[in-house]
Design a protein around this ligand. Structure first.
Ligand code: ATP
Ligand code: MG
Length: 509
């Protein structure tokens, strides 16, 4: 007898449906799986057999053919076990066909029939919702994140026997309650007011937060670069529901434990300089997101930028430009979202004191050149704002604490709201940094004086076309912080000033 069940396999941060067909007939007993299963799926044959037996079901010796469709979709992970087991039991006449119809069944089985966690629970719920399925059966540990989406009941199951009883209607399981979004209060320690002086750097941090721009801090050791960077998440606005869903989908793929609800805090990722290219942008035979994607919706902080491997930095060029990473596999290309604000910090030279009025720099010129050349021109070109963070003076250190994180965050939120209003509710990334050429034309109108200023900077600083568009975007954000529609000279001048290190770093290379 032939039976069917619906399951899914991970596909980037999403899930693709897989139709499981099981045919059982008389003959020399054997079990086969066909339909492009990878090694992890092939192993499920024996696992499922033991699980069925150990759950107390009758398993007569027969020929069992398991087909996974569509045939050209590579299936990996252990998501399919539960659906295979249920379709198998259905083919044996133990579950009626209609009990499996319209249900998405996902879970890994243990030999004892227990159901273990899978990766990407939220993506499975999203798939069930989009397909209009009546129910998602999922391991109980994944139910928290999956139930965060409205639109599809999420049934937490702990064992195969429990799942069967539920679909038969014998012992129905109540759907998991969804946690309410925005319920948890996020406390941001530490506070921006702890950083003394460094007004220009703080201002740059505010502009970067307001428009989602990339920022590089350049300064001597101990001037507060790392300290400032760690305070960026606190001034960023809270995640919207749509963003929280995207962020949770990515993190759910790599988390040791499935998240118990939607993640509501913006990610702040600070990878070690020794990180490989795959670690940075993702990869592997079963593609996993890298740091660039884990920072999606938040901040990727690269402290001590020149210490990073050059290939790992170069790999960031695609996400910085396009907001996603593409991982190429034998039969397909998988995209992971990767729209983050890049925040980086470095010393101006190996000893760190080049340009420091209180310390002589001891570095020979070739060493400085080698140090700087670790960061390529194309990467620097993608960083909208280059900001010097000079050594703090004693007077500054003794000064009264300046503005608190909450005050700056309020201004950032105001500027973000202007952007949301401008780009419309349907825009998935309503931030100035993500503007396309069309948006630039419509929204970055300059006053005549500002236009002249930008034109002359283009010639004087030998800027690239990319640098110019990035100046316009930063200027747009500065005007937004002031609540202005048109970009005036003061906005343009400040944005240009953030690029003035361009010429210097190029000459030094
Ligand atoms: N502007 C500042 N206000 C108050 N404390 C500061 C300031 N700058 C530095 N400090 C103190 O110095 C410590 C080191 O600062 P931080 O690690 O941010 O320096 P850095 O610029 O990242 O240096 P490096 O280039 O060596 O990484 C801080 O933990 C803090 O105690
Ligand atoms: Mg530091």
């Amino acid at each position: 007898m032939l039976a069917k069940a619906t399951s899914a396999t991970p596909w980037g941060v999403d899930a693709r449906p897989v139709q499981v067909e099981v045919d059982v007939y008389n003959g020399l007993p054997q079990t086969q799986i066909v339909g492009l299963p990878d090694a992890s799926v092939r192993e499920s044959r024996e696992r499922v057999r033991s699980a069925i037996k150990n759950s107390g079901f009758d398993l007569p010796p027969r020929v069992v053919i398991i087909n996974l469709a569509p045939a050209d979709l590579r299936k990996d992970g252990n998501h399919l076990d539960l659906a295979i087991a249920m379709a198998w039991l259905s083919a044996l006449g133990q579950i009626p066909e209609e009990a499996l119809a319209g249900r998405l069944l996902c879970g890994e089985l243990g030999l004892d029939g227990g159901i273990r966690a899978v990766r990407g629970g939220l993506a499975l719920a999203d798939l069930a919702r989009r397909r209009g399925l009546r129910e998602l059966l999922i391991p109980a540990v994944n139910a928290g994140e999956a139930a965060a989406l409205d639109g599809v009941p999420v049934v937490p199951v702990k064992t195969l026997a429990e799942a069967v009883e539920h679909v038969l209607g014998a012992v129905p399981i109540a759907p998991a309650p969804g946690g309410r979004f925005g319920e948890i209060r996020i406390e941001h320690e530490p506070d921006l007011s702890e950083v003394r002086g460094q007004d220009a750097a703080k201002r740059a941090l505010e502009v970067a937060a307001a428009g989602g721009h990339n920022l590089l801090f350049l300064g001597p050791p101990g001037s507060g670069k790392t300290m400032l960077a760690r305070r960026l998440p606190g001034i960023l606005p809270p995640l919207s529901l749509a963003e929280a869903i995207e962020v949770t989908k990515v993190h759910s793929l790599v988390a040791e434990e499935p998240p118990s609800r939607l993640l509501e805090e913006r990610p702040f990722r600070s990878p070690h300089p020794g990180i490989s290219t795959a670690g940075m942008i993702g990869g592997g035979s079963i593609p996993r997101p890298g740091e660039a994607s884990l920072a999606h919706g938040g901040v990727l902080f690269l402290d001590e930028l020149p210490e990073f491997r050059r290939d790992a930095l170069e790999a960031l060029r695609q996400p910085l430009e396009e907001g996603h990473v593409t991982v190429v596999r034998t039969r397909a290309r998988i995209a992971f979202p990767a729209r983050f604000a890049l925040l980086s910090a470095m010393n101006p030279c190996p000893c760190g004191h080049l340009g420091d009025p209180r310390h002589a720099c001891r570095c020979p010129q070739p060493l400085i050149e080698r140090y700087r050349s670790r960061i390529s021109g194309p990467l620097l070109d993608r960083i909208d704002m280059h900001v010097e963070v000079p050594a703090v003076t004693l007077q500054e250190l003794r000064s009264e604490p300046a503005e608190k994180t909450a005050q700056v965050a309020a201004r950032v939120l105001g500027a973000r709201e202007r952007q949301r209003h401008r780009f419309g509710r349907t825009c998935s990334t309503p931030i100035n940094a993500a503007m396309g050429p069309e948006d630039l034309r419509s929204f970055c109108r300059l006053t005549d004086d500002a236009r002249r200023l930008v034109d002359s900077a283009f010639e004087r600083l030998h800027l690239s076309a990319r640098a110019l568009t990035r100046i316009l975007k930063v200027a747009r954000t500065i005007a937004d912080l002031e609540g202005r529609d048109a970009i005036g000279t003061s906005h343009a001048a400040e944005a240009i000033q953030y690029r003035s290190l361009d010429r210097r770093t190029r000459r030094l290379k």
